[in-house]
Design a protein. Structure first.
Length: 118
């Protein structure tokens, strides 16, 4: 992670690995302060710490406000894949779609059906 995204600072909370730092999804975007949390055996969770996201944003899990980056059933991410090469780029892409959604009201990113509460 440090090689690809040196601005993300690493710390450990018990068995959870955490990276916190700024990500700018495109040269014309603002900086977003993120938290990426990963515990072995569970999918990573990404939270935008600031700026605060709009309350009605699509593609977010409302139970914990983490970003919905991929459909778990599609095998897009697994513990054998590097977070720096999957989750972080997907987060940047999600943030670009979020910025466009803020301007247009339409989500142009990929969508998948979900079961349960988001």
């Amino acid at each position: 992670m440090k090689q690809h995204f040196p601005q993300l600072q690493y710390c450990r909370k018990g068995s959870c690995q955490v990276w916190i730092g700024l990500l700018r999804p495109s040269p014309n975007s603002r900086d977003y302060l993120l938290s990426i949390e990963y515990t072995q055996g569970y999918p990573p969770k990404v939270h935008v710490l600031s700026p605060e996201l709009l309350s009605n944003v699509p593609h977010i899990y409302h139970t914990d406000k983490s970003l919905c980056l991929y459909h778990p059933g599609e095998g897009s991410w697994s513990s054998g894949k590097l977070i720096a090469r999957t989750i972080v780029p997907w987060t940047a892409e999600w943030l670009r779609f979020y910025e466009i959604w803020c301007l247009t009201g339409k989500w142009f990113g990929p969508e998948a059906p979900h079961s349960g509460e988001k």
